[in-house]
Design a protein around this ligand. Sequence first.
Ligand SMILES: Nc1ncnc2c1ncn2[C@@H]1O[C@H](COP(=O)(O)OP(=O)(O)OP(=O)(O)O)[C@@H](O)[C@H]1O
Ligand SMILES: [Mg+2]
Length: 230
Amino acid sequence: METLISITNLSFAYGQRVVFKDFSFGFSSGQRTGLVGSNGCGKSTLLQLIMGLLKPSAGEIELFGKPRRTEKEFREARLQIGFVFQDANDQLFCPTVGDDLAFGPLNMGKTMEEAEAIVDGTLELLNLSAFKDRVTYNLSDGEKKLVALGTALAMRPRMLILDEPTTCLDEEACDRIAKVLLACGLPYLVVAHDRSFLDRVVTGSVRLKDGRVIAEPPRESNGRPGSQAA
Ligand SMILES: Nc1ncnc2c1ncn2[C@@H]1O[C@H](COP(=O)(O)OP(=O)(O)OP(=O)(O)O)[C@@H](O)[C@H]1O
Ligand SMILES: [Mg+2]
């Protein structure tokens, strides 16, 4: 197993609001981990620190085996991570769904034809082919969530980081996301409040509480064994 994320002795505060102090965390290939915790405990903050979108005041973040400090180092890592923001509006900024999905591949040097093939394949996977020419701005919140996952997958990343990918989604869309995640073959770290969704898609969960992560015990539901330890 390869260590994909290694965080040591990290500290971070929004002004006076300390979210992490001396925080450490690790994540390896082969893991499909749920990140749970109460509202405001720092889940989204942690994901944004990993992505280099927020800067820690102390500590070290290693991604794919290399320390990441400068913007250039984080950018190189970001290209290999499919990230789904908690708010899809932070993620989608192109006029149409097709443009939004093509943005990552084109940015990584794919030709128009290659990007087009990735876009079509990804839309099909998410059952969104009919949405290709829709104006992103006009989509419903649930539709935007699915498109946001599409933009992450279209990057052909080495891992996924997903911040509440199922919020606003109906049962059928949740089911599709669960199937796509299980079939994608990638390691992922996923924040979700929906335990039944998590039980389906993760191999284990950790709980963020008081600025620390603790292994979440497996949950028994309907006599079915819960998730195993992360
Ligand atoms: N830009 C900001 N400025 C000041 N405080 C912030 C900012 N963003 C988040 N916080 C605070 O930092 C703490 C952690 O927020 P964060 O969004 O990481 O929580 P979360 O675990 O993702 O919560 P949720 O489950 O509601 O999404 C919260 O107390 C929040 O109010
Ligand atoms: Mg959050």
